[in-house]
Design a protein around this ligand. Sequence first.
Ligand SMILES: Cc1ncc(C[n+]2csc(CCOP(=O)(O)OP(=O)(O)O)c2C)c(N)n1
Length: 546
Amino acid sequence: MPTAAQLFVKCLENEGVDYIFGIPGEENLHVMDALRDSPIKFVTVRHEQGAAFMADVYGRLTGRAGVCLATLGPGATNLITGFADANMDRAPIIGLAGQGATTRMHKESHQILDLVSLFAPISKYSTEIVAPEVIPEIVRKAFKDAQEEKPGGAFISFPENIAGMEVPEDLHPLKVQSATVPYPSPVKIAQAAELISKAKHPIVMAGNGVIRGDASDALIRFAEHLNIPVAQTFMAKGCIPFSHPLSLGTVGLQAHDYVSFGFNKADVVICVGFDMVEYHPKAWHPNADKKIIHIDQTYAEVDAHYMLEVGVLGDIGESLDQIAQQCEPKPYPNIDGLKDHIIAELDDYADDDAFPIKPQRILHDTRKAMGDDDILLSDVGAHKMWIARLYRCLRPNTCIISNGFATMGIALPGAVAAKMAYPDRRILAITGDAGFMMNSQEIETALRHNIAMVIMIWHDSQYGLIKWHQDRRFGRNGDISFNNPDFVKYAESFGAKGYRVEITDELLPTLEKAFDDNTVVIVDVPVDYRENMKLTEKLGQLVCND
Ligand SMILES: Cc1ncc(C[n+]2csc(CCOP(=O)(O)OP(=O)(O)O)c2C)c(N)n1
């Protein structure tokens, strides 16, 4: 008779799981042994946080839940940060942890923690397998909850004594039924169309829900048919190409930016797949005086600055197409000036050979090195703000930014998962030196799995974003500096390659060489973060004339 662990692994196979990222432990020996007979590949990592970030990014890129595994107690607590990141960034993720036997869970006992309660606030579903026969239901429910809108985390604690129990041969995984997205209500479609028809200056605010809902093409059709400009949140980059004449670029930097002029002028804001965990409505709607149309698969969150005029629930692409059919096109909006500033910011620095290198020049050269479908993963810090503003993203899911939980340390392990999901694309992690050191151990994992990826470190020996905030708020800073290892030698000590850029014009050729090396390569890039406060000052002086 099969064991409960074998049935569990069959259920994972049934869900289409390709990889499990994790660290084996004593309490999941049965599961690990069952994996020996499974096509699922186990990716042994060097820290459970790395596993959770890999599952996070794998889930975000594929729409299928990424799976991470740890042992009980300290293994499970190490999963928490990456798991919480996935949950708040709306990436489907399954967390699996071993647990002590049910016969010792009622008392103080070695390494035992109430894991179900620990994961409850950071997941949509958190449960324990208390009997082998419920495994098919638990696994199906976990994947269904994790993958359906809004996606997020599902956690399963698997006590070791249950995992070793025998189960009847006729217990099978449950059938996977694909989610049906509801059709939008014709009444709501008509209301939204009427509001847009009457609007003088409508604007679209697109969020990551557009990409998750595979509605990017519909969004472009909608914008083109009605001549409505589209701003994107950090996590929606690429839902409309930056180069599209109706794309306003990215919003989300709390400071006043060029794109926000579009919002100042707007009377109707059409929020499509927008998620306020990313960008608080108060930041773009301070006077709560505009009419909001919410188009999404799920209900809008309540917020004093996000009171709806109309909510259209259901398939996003379908909703956009139907609304567009019921509206007359608007006159072409006068928006050229807004994006021109951003384009000029990049182009003006194309030949800037000052050293250390300015963020604008780094991103200019980075764009040149990356093909349209290649994937850039940003870590969290000042570099993320520059990437969000200036990286000209052309396709959905080609610039991955964590902006729900906004967790440092995601980019390097995320890049490992991105390469596994898309082996034929160039994968670039851009990270600060602090975020890099948080999960640099996964370089070894990447090398062991023959993952080719480039890790570009923006080197300033400081928590750059925090210095920026301190300078901006208080005009002085402190407790933000640290020392770094020699990143080139550090790379080489793993058996990876390392390059230090010492002349600005070497950046692009170094990046090209790094990709051609076809292994794990660190590119150490000294960055000139004096540009941070210059940007703050420049944006602070912006005056909106219309
Ligand atoms: C895990 C985690 N810890 C702390 C923070 C708060 N935080 C955000 S950015 C930042 C500094 C990042 O420094 P670095 O990685 O060097 O990037 P830089 O800002 O210099 O580009 C900190 C401490 C966070 N977002 N995530």
